[in-house]
Ligand binder design. Sequence first.
Ligand code: NAD
Ligand code: IPM
Ligand code: MN
Length: 360
Amino acid sequence: MTTNKIAVIAGDGIGKEVVPAAIECLERIAQLHAISLEFTHFDWGSDYYGEHGRMMPLDGLEQLAQHDAIFLGAVGSPEVPDAESLWGLLIPIRREFQQYINLRPVKTLDGVKSPLANKEPIDILIVRENNEGEYSEVGGRAYRGLPHETAVQETIFTRLGVSRAAHYAASLASSRKGHLTSATKSNGIIHTMPFWDEVVEETTRLYPDVTLTSELVDALAAHLVLKPWTFDVIVASNLLGDILSDLGSSVTGSIGVAPSANLNPEGDFPSLFEPVHGSAPDIAGKGLANPVGQIWSGAMMLQHLGHPAAAEHLELAFESVLREGLGTRDVGGPSSTSEFTAAVLAAIDVLEALGKAESG
Ligand code: NAD
Ligand code: IPM
Ligand code: MN
């Protein structure tokens, strides 16, 4: 049996609650599917910063590189400026490990109340470019505190960066309904966006079964609220994809359910799996956090590691608990984080018994 080596960084805030919950579920699934998962826990994050003045050790990335995948909770604390915490841990991992795809499914879940009045099933994959764009390191602040204080940040798109995101998205669309929507803002204001459009169009032409619609992001955001069920795959730049993924998850009911996979598709480096949400300091430590985004990210990790049956088993388990109305408070249910997790563990066993009964 091959061992899958997983680096775990629970991180900050509710990351410390939802990561242990998801690991309990992953361990149970691994046992039932005879998969060997070896978890190594790293106490990096804002508490570590308080002690050591950095978010992770100097050789942190080298330590992570020894693993098959990284399972992360959230990074960010009111005690540490976000610029320090994020550029000190999450962003270097995404960049150094060339995790240039941030794949964020947006899907209706039975039992999760959507704020939309008119509901049809939603099933969207957001492909967010994850290494460049608006999140560039080029820029800075000058003349602090003076009237002419200035802040500048360049947006950087490269042909390689845009085309590989577009390839990934078009290929996904081609395996689904064949609709690709590209989020743009090319109506003469943002100089980089016509380049994004050109490269996305050129790339998508290589996929004759995919229809591309470039949509101005402001209209796309409205469309995502009014008719989300009409989308299939959305490809977006780093910042636009970030915003659209919080919007998308809220349209399905809660940011607490949204998963994500930060992928290095070539497999040269470990990929990272984390929920879309952050450390939620407003509810941290209260047992209120919804662990679905983290558990679902765990299922995406199992899929990535080559265990599709285990991934599906885990997804069916949390879906069945939600369907029974036993979600956490953010989705209108009665459960605490630990009550929900216990229900998922029970559902994993029930599904296993049903599967055995059917096959036996
Ligand atoms: P957030 O996602 O942490 O919280 C936004 C709102 O959603 C809050 O009201 C919160 O209570 C709620 N929420 C989030 N996750 C939930 C869950 N699992 N269950 C129930 N409710 C949930 O965003 P924020 O408040 O803007 O950011 C807090 C910190 O997290 C900041 O430091 C930010 O930079 C960081 N952050 C980190 C990541 C990451 O690690 N990938 C992502 C987003 C934000
Ligand atoms: C996310 C987060 C991060 C991002 C922040 C915390 C840097 O919002 O993972 O969606 O913008 O990528
Ligand atoms: Mn975000």
